[in-house]
Design a protein around this ligand. Structure first.
Ligand SMILES: CCC/C=C/C(=O)SCCNC(=O)CCNC(=O)[C@H](O)C(C)(C)COP(=O)([O-])OP(=O)([O-])OC[C@H]1O[C@@H](n2cnc3c(N)ncnc32)[C@H](O)[C@@H]1OP(=O)([O-])[O-]
Length: 394
């Protein structure tokens, strides 16, 4: 653990959906005979669908999109806003069908319902689990070079929003000695970051860097994390999510090597709050830091109600964490959250040159030495470990 303070729950998502819906495959599936699905077949499928067991959101969205396309034609309504998650997902699904002819959509709807009826287990529920068992990272690019492990969040189209969907796969269990492997952890960004940190803590690297791909560092929690309620119910999701969050934050607190954030662009939510647990934070001049918890009805996490007041003083911390004030890279640097700001045009070059030099320093004089100083007490750690669940106000 370090940080300036002393130095101290895969969802399918429109991208996946879009590709599965746009796919010419759906259209190619349709044989000439199949193209003749009658209105009667369609109506029969509409009745049949009501008898199916819940096929999951992904399939329901496919059905919705095909139904709209079959009955109304191409999507013709305005795109809902980013916070109108459900309607946006529906709109995305419908819009992804493009100019698919009504007849083809009708046939695809009939085929889909028929496939669902004949299969006792919904394939839509099985496939994501199978995907998660594939080796390698799906939401990150992790590289090792010059004694530096670089963990890059890699969902640029979604501004590197951090996904979790562990409840869709299995109930997340408390783990006193969390030690994930690719075989037992679903490939969501929360889990993959934990996995990558665990691996980096044991590899030969001298330092570890977290950064983002694209124009954003991270837009924080994927908003679907808040709305995707599993069959177990909202209470179970809350419990399970708290455990996942605890394990996630623990990975940063307990990380044994120097941990650096290279904030390449705007940062939102949890990607900001955990910065207090890093040893060094470099920011591009384009970066901003935003914690809109009150706007979302969420509480600040990542130990920020503890680390932020220590880093920037209670008044500045309160303005960020309670009122959601967005600050610039220069302000974040002046307040101690950021170590140094680099011009955006030279950010990558300057940061990596410096990090390469740092990675050559003797490894045992790094994080452990800093953390054994007077400013880090064992009590801090106990406080940190409990505060991120309990904190609701800084
Ligand atoms: C205990 C928990 C406490 C809470 C912790 C937190 O982290 S709270 C913090 C929670 N975070 C927030 O409140 C941030 C919410 N997001 C925003 O406010 C804005 O998207 C933005 C300011 C990040 C970027 O604005 P922009 O006009 O430059 O770009 P754009 O809007 O066009 O986005 C491009 C694409 O990315 C998508 N996408 C982006 N972010 C998310 C996300 N987090 N999730 C999912 N998707 C997201 C967006 O839907 C769009 O997808 P499409 O349509 O192409 O399929």
């Amino acid at each position: 653990m370090a940080g300036a303070a002393g130095r101290v729950v895969r969802r399918w998502y429109p991208n996946v959906l879009r590709s599965s819906l746009q796919v010419p495959a759906l259209q190619l599936h349709v044989s000439k005979t199949a193209m003749r699905a009658s209105q009667k077949d369609f109506e029969s499928a509409l009745s049949q669908v009501k008898l199916l067991k819940d096929p999951g959101n992904e399939v329901k969205l496919k059905l919705y999109a095909l139904y709209k396309q079959a009955t109304e034609g191409p999507c013709n309504t305005p795109k809902p806003g980013v916070f109108d998650l459900i309607n946006k997902a529906k709109w995305d699904a419908w819009n992804a069908l493009g100019s698919l002819p009504k007849e083809t959509a009708r046939q695809n709807y009939v085929d889909l319902v028929s496939g669902l009826s004949s299969s006792s287990d919904s394939s839509s529920q099985v496939k994501p689990e199978a995907d998660r068992k594939q080796p390698g990272y799906e939401t990150l690019v992790v590289t090792y070079e010059d004694s530096i492990t670089k963990i890059m969040m890699n969902r640029p189209a979604k501004k590197n929003a951090v996904t979790t969907q562990c409840l869709r796969v299995h109930k997340y269990q408390p783990s006193s000695s969390f030690s994930p492997t690719h075989s037992d952890v679903p490939s969501e960004m929360y889990n993959e970051i934990m996995l990558a940190l665990k691996a980096a803590s044991k590899d030969d690297s001298a330092i570890t860097v977290l950064t983002g791909n694209g124009d954003y560092y991270s837009s924080g929690n994927d908003l679907t994390n808040f709305t995707d309620i599993p069959p177990e119910g909202i209470e179970e999701k809350a419990k399970s999510g708290a455990i996942l969050l605890r394990d996630f934050v623990d990975c940063f607190i307990d990380f044994p090597k120097p941990l650096i954030a290279a904030v390449n662009g705007p940062a939102v939510g949890i990607s900001v709050t955990i910065l207090g647990l890093f040893d060094t934070v470099y920011a591009s001049s384009r970066a901003t830091f935003h914690t809109p918890f009150s706007h979302l009805g969420q509480s600040p996490e990542g130990c920020s109600s503890y680390t932020f007041p220590k880093i920037m003083g209670p008044a500045k911390a309160a303005e960020m964490l309670i009122f959601g004030k967005k600050i610039t890279a220069a302000e974040a640097c002046a307040q101690g959250l950021v170590t140094e700001v680099f011009p955006d045009s030279t950010f990558q070059k300057e940061v990596w040159t410096r990090l390469k030099a740092y990675s050559k320093l003797p490894p045992n004089e790094g994080r452990g030495a800093v953390l054994s100083g007077d400013d880090f007490e064992e009590d801090d750690r106990h406080y940190l470990l409990s505060t991120f669940i309990l904190e609701s106000r800084p």
